[in-house]
Design a protein around this ligand. Structure first.
Ligand code: BV8
Ligand code: ZN
Length: 265
């Protein structure tokens, strides 16, 4: 009986802390999209990622060496994502953003499901989503955008890519160079302004909710530490332990789809 009570007590204490905090920052990773059917990066997976190694393919070197192979992986992921819907965890975060104008979401995910959840939730609440969109900081970019590998051209893009030959890969209408997924690869700098806003939110928020991330990729994984360094507390939602688990004041062991709706009420 003790465990169940402590789990409920932990959830109640975490919920009260979130409710009473004048600012909350939420940091999410691939685990938040797992229940939408999108494989995570590091969970033991069946086929989809087994043939591809993110650390090998999500790099500028891989793209210049074999753009077809990299586009094959991103096209597969884009098609998979476009067939998925936000899950209750995404929707709970979206509602929280819409209800709490000081809340900021920082996501490592590139699947666009947080934005889609804000759109759906705003519609359900009869609100405009634009202001909340501005508080969704996508640190690693988006699968649903492309940009030029040479110039500053970029555009939203959900279309399938024929990665069978380099001739059928998308090219820039302005300069003719190859277009690439508008995501941040390993070894690449993140958008400075977005990163600055993320760290400002982490430092200024008495509570950081970190959900669905193995906390291995930097600089995103340093955000919860910024909250702690400023005297704030962590709520971690993850079925597994991470390098942050020992530093979380409230650790909710379980799935984001089930726990976020209970935490962010
Ligand atoms: C940078 C976009 C500065 C692309 C991604 C050595 C060599 C080179 C670089 C480095 C190095 N050592 C450190 C670095 C820096 C490197 C880094 O951190 N590497 C790691 C691997 C050690 N970082 C960078 O390179 C960054 N840039 O540092 O620039 C610089 C620049 C130039 C020169 C010097 C310095 C750029 C990092 C961004 C990389 N791009 N994605 C794409 O997606 O294709 S990262 C990629 O990993 C995704 O964005 C993903 O989100 C992210 C992190 O993974 P997670 O989201 O945490 O997902 P993961 O699968 O790991 O974990 C899922 C978790 O969910 C698990 O804990 C699981 O238990 C949990 N879970 C599962 N189911 C559920 C659940 N939780 C809740 N509910 C569930 N149902
Ligand atoms: Zn160009």
């Amino acid at each position: 009986m003790g465990d169940v009570a402590s789990e409920t007590e932990v959830l109640q204490a975490a919920r009260a802390a979130v409710e009473n905090a004048e600012r909350v920052v939420i940091v999410t990773g691939a685990g938040v999209s797992a229940e939408s059917g999108i494989p995570t990066f590091r969970d033991p997976e069946d086929g989809l990622w087994a043939r591809f190694k993110p650390e090998e393919l999500a790099t500028p070197q891989a793209f210049s060496r074999d753009p077809c192979r990299v586009w094959e992986w991103y096209d597969l992921r884009r098609r998979a994502v476009l067939a998925c819907q936000p899950n209750p965890g995404h929707l709970a975060i979206a509602r929280f953003l819409l209800e709490k104008p000081s809340a900021i979401l920082v996501t490592q995910n590139v699947d666009g499901l947080h934005d889609l959840a804000v759109e759906i939730q705003a519609d359900a609440m009869g609100m405009r989503p634009d202001e909340a969109f501005d508080r969704v900081l996508a640190l690693h970019g988006s699968l649903l955008h492309v940009r030029c590998s040479e110039c500053t051209y970029d555009r939203p893009d959900r279309s399938p890519v024929d990665a069978g030959a380099s001739e059928t890969l998308p090219s820039c209408p302005d300069c003719g160079a190859l277009l690439r997924p508008a995501v941040v690869w390993f070894g690449e700098m993140l958008d400075w302004e977005t990163l600055e806003r993320a760290f400002e939110a982490a430092r200024a928020s008495p509570v950081c909710v970190v959900a669905g991330t193995s906390a291995l990729v930097h600089p995103a994984a340093s955000l919860p530490a910024a909250t702690l360094a400023a005297g704030g507390d962590l709520v971690e939602i993850n079925p597994r332990n991470t390098p942050l688990s020992g530093r979380a004041r409230w650790r909710l062991a379980g799935s984001a789809g089930q726990l976020l709706p209970k935490l962010l009420v």
